[in-house]
Ligand binder design. Structure first.
Ligand code: NAP
Length: 301
């Protein structure tokens, strides 16, 4: 039996449209209602046929839902939930896909005090945005982390687990604060570093922009892919996961200073030891199916 019959997706961008497409592909009998704040996105979602119905207001979209998934930037979650609070059916489960979990859990609990809220984060995405960027297989073989509050009914958590598994994801349950710490180092800090490096290269006076672009295959290009990620989404991630990001950034700055010293004093052994350890981590990521081992990261030329 399917875990849900009537799904509402609010925010029809990369992730929201991918959820809708994946549900259509894997649970075709589920009725999908969509809503987005942007009228152009709503119109495009209708053209693409990714939902059965697209409503002009958040309230109208949730009226008969048994699962509501918020796919808007993390800083907008509370306001969107406040918008539909009075229209939400009492037995509906409210979830989300936000990249930070504690701040979203707090924001949703504040405006939906009586709702069953089970936050989630599919650890899958691309640097693209908008409804055209989504695709049905985005979550296949990727992790989806659920961060249910302590008092969440087990049956509700299992329904949501079942839902994400049907979209092809592997599901893990985690405490929200722990999630935010893990993702600060595996996702948020790498994005911050990429934004910094690309900005630094752009600001250099002695190297022209055309040289940066021409010789980018030396490593820079891979940072530019990450640094092309959605500015609003990432602004909200850093503001919402501030404490964990600042803590990781402190650790990172100390390790970077140690590397700086090793280079200055010609400590080749230290450099080689670190680079060997990091190469092993890359191997483990490929072995666990979390990336492609094909040359050039499987890029098609
Ligand atoms: P996106 O492609 O920019 O889509 C977000 C959509 O939400 C946009 O169409 C946006 O409309 C709409 N929106 C913004 N505020 C809204 C509001 N108040 N009410 C209704 N709709 C609103 O972004 P995304 O990449 O799908 O990210 C969505 C969520 O997924 C974020 O919380 C992000 O942290 C999480 N996430 C992203 C990734 C990733 O790799 N991208 C991975 C995992 C999780 P506008 O056009 O008006 O902005």
């Amino acid at each position: 039996m399917l875990p849900f019959a009537r799904l509402t997706v609010i925010g029809l961008g990369l992730i929201g449209s991918s959820v809708a497409r994946a549900v259509k592909a894997n649970m075709p009998s589920v009725r999908i209602t969509g809503h987005d704040a942007d009228p152009l996105v709503r119109a495009r979602a209708v053209e693409l046929g990714i939902c059965d119905d697209v409503t002009d207001t958040a309230g109208a979209s949730v009226m008969d839902a048994d699962l509501v998934i918020l796919c808007v930037p993390v800083g907008a979650m509370g306001a969107v939930a406040a918008d539909f609070a009075s229209d939400l059916p009492a037995d509906a489960i409210v979830s989300d896909v936000g990249s930070c979990k504690q701040s979203v859990a707090d924001a949703l609990a504040a405006v939906l005090p009586n709702a069953m809220i089970i936050p989630a984060h599919p650890v899958a995405g691309t640097e693209k945005s908008g409804p055209d960027a989504g695709f049905a297989t985005l979550f296949k073989g990727r992790w989806c982390i659920l961060t249910p509050p302590e008092n969440a009914p087990e049956a509700a958590v299992e329904r949501l687990r079942n839902f994400w598994q049907r979209l092809g994801a592997d599901v893990e349950i985690m405490d929200a604060r722990h999630h935010d710490m893990v993702l600060a180092v595996t996702s948020h800090l790498p994005h911050l570093i990429a934004y910094t490096i690309v900005g630094t290269a752009d600001d250099l006076e002695g190297v022209t922009q055309s040289e940066v672009i021409k010789y980018s295959a030396g490593g820079f290009r891979d940072f530019t892919r990450i640094a092309a990620s959605d500015p609003v989404m990432w602004r909200d991630v850093f503001l919402s996961n501030k404490d964990a990001v600042l803590e990781m950034l402190q650790r990172f700055s100390e390790d970077l200073s140690a590397l700086q010293r090793a280079i200055r004093y010609g400590k080749g052994d230290e450099l080689e030891a670190l680079f060997s350890r990091t190469r092993d981590i890359r191997r483990s990521i490929v072995e666990q199916g979390q990336d492609d081992d094909a040359p050039d990261f499987g890029r098609k030329h």
